[in-house]
Design a protein around this ligand. Structure first.
Ligand code: COA
Length: 258
């Protein structure tokens, strides 16, 4: 069904793999379109409870947007490319099901931005992060100027963006850009083991945690209101009744996502 990404669902975890290894998984319009469709599936498929996004091969997560498609484009076309990518990345960020980036190598430009649109990141020890757009006379266009500041702070973000320098996995860990650094052959298992834990929790509560955390960065809404409503609405779910009853009855809760 897809030509430039792979999807596979096992144990309610959908792994989306960007699959252009000979171009270091650079994101062209087909990849972006397919990523958007795969996220639609994530939203709609009840079997999928969580997502891992990774890259094909041992060298790159995603080495950026496909530079070969940029040369000669107009201002309007540049804006359209950014808008298209931003919309797909918002779909990832606003997914009610957790999305983890398993960063298995270069995460540059649109690749670093893809990792940052995910809810959190795990890196393999060979991973490298950067926003090298200034080398091309460009700036990040898929949310990087905003999310990098959110994740590592303004000083480090501006330094990274205006030097185009790359940082290694351990520096990314120290910056708070990634939650863990693991050997490459343990990367997917690390992501899966965390999501296996998440998948034992109440799915509607998980979704509300993500929604409220995202609200911190949305100036048009009050995050405390989102939290208050989310907390209150949990009382109307079967899962909250089950979770509290299970605690009181000293047994393990069994959640249904209702
Ligand atoms: N867009 C298009 N093609 C890309 C690409 C990108 N962002 N990143 C890598 N590729 C392609 C290369 O052109 C090369 O293709 P070829 O074999 O047909 O010539 C192939 O992927 C392998 O990359 P190569 O540069 O030979 O690997 P390397 O190990 O020498 O260098 C990088 C790796 C990541 C340092 C280097 O590829 C690079 O700087 N890529 C661009 C990163 C970037 O600027 N991203 C932001 C884009 S907005």
């Amino acid at each position: 069904m897809y030509t430039s990404i792979l999807t596979a669902t096992e144990n309610n975890i959908c792994t989306i793999t960007i699959n252009r290894p000979d171009k270091l998984n650079a994101i062209n319009s087909t990849v972006m379109e397919e990523l958007g469709k795969a996220m639609d599936e994530v939203y709609n498929d009840a079997e999928i409870h969580a997502v891992i996004i990774t890259g094909s091969g041992a060298k790159a997560f995603v080495a950026g947007a496909d530079i070969s498609a940029f040369h000669g484009l107009s201002v309007e076309e540049g804006k359209q490319i950014a808008k298209f990518g931003l919309d797909v990345y918002f779909k990832i960020e606003n997914s009610p099901k957790p999305v983890v980036a398993a960063v298995n190598g270069f995460a540059l430009g649109g690749g670093c931005e893809l990792a940052m649109a995910c809810h959190f990141r795990i890196a393999s020890d060979n991973a490298k992060f950067g926003q090298p757009e200034v080398n091309l006379g460009l700036i990040p266009g898929y949310g990087g100027t905003q999310r990098l500041v959110q994740l590592v702070g303004k000083g480090r973000a501006i330094e990274l963006m205006i030097t185009g320098n790359m940082i290694d996995a351990n520096t990314a860990l120290q910056y708070g850009l990634v939650n863990y650094v693991v050997p490459q052959d343990e990367l997917l298992n690390k992501a899966k083991s965390i999501l296996d834990i998440v998948n034992t929790k109440a799915p509607l509560a998980v979704a509300k945690c993500i929604e409220a955390a995202n609200a911190v960065y949305n100036e048009s809404i009050n995050g405390y209101d989102v939290e208050m409503n989310g907390f209150g609405n949990c009382f109307g779910t079967e899962d909250m009744k089950e979770g509290t009853a299970a605690f009181l009855e000293k047994r393990k809760a069994s959640f249904k996502g209702r």
